[in-house]
Design a protein around this ligand. Structure first.
Ligand SMILES: C[S@@+](CC[C@H](N)C(=O)[O-])C[C@H]1O[C@@H](n2cnc3c(N)ncnc32)[C@H](O)[C@@H]1O
Length: 223
């Protein structure tokens, strides 16, 4: 953590014991702790949930459950989060974190490929709800697939709802000239181009951590 991040962390609300535990366990049990959403962005997305009044959220890419806990912590009592993760080896760790945070009853963890799970959720949600919509979607899974996630969830987001996409600055590679040709960089660059050209939304990329694209579906206003 550099000095700026350390200062921000020390002068923002603390993340709390459950997230401390998830962060520690992620460092001990995985080699990918850098994938965690992190304290400042975690607090920010929790606040966005509260400010926007979101009640139903979809998360694509749970990893060890850090961002899921942040999102669910911002929900009202009747709120719900569908959290999608492909790696079944993480399931026990994720669920223990949800229990420790006291928000397990608000979250359904779906283990499997997000693209299949989204298809299944679409059918289930359309079947069981008169309001077949998410108020917010948090995209943080395979960088090569951001465009697919976006297109597949778009009609499940209500007008005025938010789609948040993480890591959209991709460590600066997306504005490098020449553009690196690895599939992850190309995936994020295409996604950012697609969103910027999409007249169905308004969007702004904030330089929070590795870049957060905040995309609001035009229509009824909620914030
Ligand atoms: C950057 S991490 C998510 C970090 C998490 N949001 C957090 O803040 O703690 C990306 C996660 O997406 C998962 N993932 C990758 N491709 C996926 C897919 N097709 N479906 C569901 N999850 C996927 C990976 O297994 C990994 O755990």
């Amino acid at each position: 953590m550099d000095a700026k991040d350390k200062y921000i962390r020390e002068h923002s609300s603390p993340q709390g014991e459950a997230l401390d535990w998830v962060e520690r366990q992620t460092n001990i049990r995985t080699n990918h702790a850098r994938m965690l959403t992190g304290a400042a962005q975690g607090r920010f997305i929790k606040m966005l949930v509260g400010i926007s009044g979101a009640e139903n959220i979809l998360e694509i890419g749970a990893f060890t459950g850090y961002s899921a806990i942040c999102l669910a912590s911002g929900l009202p009592e009747n709120g719900h989060l569908d959290s999608l993760e492909i790696n079944d080896e993480l399931e026990d760790l994720i669920l223990e974190g949800f229990d420790r945070a006291g928000i397990a009853s608000k979250i359904t963890l779906h283990i499997g490929d997000a693209k299949e799970t989204i298809g299944r959720l679409r059918t289930e949600i359309l079947d069981r709800r008169t309001k077949p919509m998410y108020d917010m979607v948090y995209i943080d899974a395979n960088k090569r697939e951001y465009c697919e996630y976006y297109e597949s969830v778009f009609d499940m987001v209500r007008p005025g709802g938010l789609i948040l996409a993480d890591n959209v600055l991709w460590d600066g590679k997306v504005w490098a000239d020449p553009l690196p040709q690895d599939r992850q960089t190309l995936g994020i660059a295409s996604f950012n181009d697609m969103v910027a050209a999409d007249e169905r939304v308004e969007s702004v990329i904030l330089p929070v951590r590795d870049g957060l694209n905040i995309i609001r579906k035009k229509g009824l206003s909620s914030i």
